[in-house]
Design a protein around this ligand. Structure first.
Ligand SMILES: *Cc1c(COP(=O)(O)O)cnc(C)c1O
Length: 404
């Protein structure tokens, strides 16, 4: 794309100037480009694959799975999740080694971590979550509350700030998202975690919409437990397994509810009775999904090469540009996301009563945002794979379809 392909869809000079001035622009060429897509604005839902991922997958099938066969398990596969977790911790999470691993889906890991956190706060009866949190987080918490006879205390809709969190002597666990999946509101993890600790409770953070795009300092911020997706800004591919973080000082007491052999101390002794593994491995239950862990390694390396601070700087520039264009071209739409870039993640939601009707037409034209009920178009701008030109094509096409 870039300079030559603006094709009159946009006011060429300005957009190309932003891409020309963007130090991260060259990274975009390393991703697979879909021939019919002119603006991919859903990198927060499913990141594009890197071109290097194809050969990595093919090579795995032959040289590892094919040639090493079952020997692969003792040649690195069993430790693969922890090795990637450590690298992810170093590059994107501010987590020292030994606290992060790749496991099940975010939903399942969240269940396991919340259950474990409840065991660490015996006698306390309340779980806290916000009404605006992602459905799976709410459903998991409601299920656990029913299972354990606990009460869910809700934070009513709106940005989650520390003064809105119902904390008290009965609070066991607070579950929140670092970046709200709809509005993009960026929560104050350190401040909220400190307040949760003050109440004697534990915090479980969902990093699905921040991992790989927002600099995160889990160790420094005193985070207890965290989970996050790898198929969003970590480009692990559809359904790639999620990561879990357990603070080093909690690992010794951490007991998760799905006791499986690969989270046990000596899986190949096939012994009687479950004894949890010594470190972060105790988060695991069954056989780790090695094939699903391949693609994310390419993206973690790319983020390391680009630098997460630079990724965040471009992310702020992209979302600010999208807001500027929306203010100019979509005066009837409402911005559901913070205008302050320091309180905003890497995506935006705009609301308009006619958005539901135009989203299929956008997709037909190769402009791919997603739709969030009841009236929201969500623009997820993954910094290493998204150009300023794409943002302009996207907003201009939305404006054009609204006029028709
Ligand atoms: C995407 C997302 C999930 C998805 O969970 P899965 O188990 O991977 O389907 C969970 N929570 C949040 C906040 C998300 O954004």
């Amino acid at each position: 794309m870039g300079v030559v392909s603006a094709k009159g869809l946009c006011s060429v000079g300005r957009v190309n100037a932003r891409d020309a001035a963007d130090p991260l622009a060259p990274f975009r060429a390393r991703f697979v480009q879909a021939p019919d897509v002119t603006a991919y604005l859903d990198g927060n839902s499913l990141g594009r694959p890197l071109a290097s991922t194809g050969p990595r997958l093919a090579d795995f099938v032959t040289s590892q799975w094919g040639y090493r066969l079952i020997r692969g398990w003792s040649e690195g596969w069993l430790e693969q999740g922890q090795a990637i977790g450590d690298e992810l911790g170093r590059v994107a999470l501010g987590a020292a080694p030994g606290q992060t691993t790749i496991g099940d889906s975010t939903t399942v890991l969240l269940y396991k971590l919340v259950r474990a956190a409840i065991e660490l706060r015996p006698g306390r009866t309340e779980l806290v979550i916000d009404r605006d949190n992602f459905p799976t987080d709410r459903y998991v918490l409601e299920g656990i509350a029913a299972e354990r006879g606990l009460t869910v205390r809700w934070i009513e809709p709106g940005d989650v700030t520390v003064n809105r969190i119902p904390l008290g002597p009965d609070t066991a666990v607070v579950v929140l998202s670092h970046v709200a999946y709809r509005s993009g509101f960026l929560a104050d993890v350190a401040g909220i975690t400190a307040a949760v600790h003050e109440a004697g409770a534990l915090a479980v953070w969902d990093l699905c919409h921040s991992a790989g795009v927002i600099p995160t300092l889990l160790d420094e911020w005193g985070v207890d437990l965290a989970v996050g997706c790898t198929y969003k800004y970590l480009n692990g591919g559809p359904g790639s397994p999620a990561f879990a973080y357990v603070r080093a000082s909690l690992i010794g007491e951490f007991r998760q509810p799905i006791q499986g052999w690969l989270g046990s101390a000596n899986p190949f002794e096939m012994g009687q009775g479950y004894e949890p593994a010594v470190g972060i491995q105790r988060v695991l239950s069954g056989t780790p999904p090695i094939v699903g862990m391949l693609a994310m390694q390419d993206m973690i390396a790319l983020i390391d090469e680009a630098g997460l601070e630079a990724v965040r700087a471009k992310s702020i520039a992209l979302t600010s540009y999208a807001i500027e264009l929306a203010d100019e071209l979509l005066p009837d739409a409402t911005l559901a996301s913070p205008r302050d870039p320091l309180r905003r993640g890497a995506h935006l939601t705009l609301d308009h009563p006619r958005f539901e009707a135009i989203v299929p037409l956008l997709w037909e034209r190769g402009v791919i945002p997603d739709f969030r009920r009841p009236t929201g178009i969500r623009l997820g701008l993954s910094p290493l794979s998204t150009s300023f030109e794409e943002v302009e094509i996207g907003v201009r096409t939305i404006a054009e379809l609204l006029r028709n």
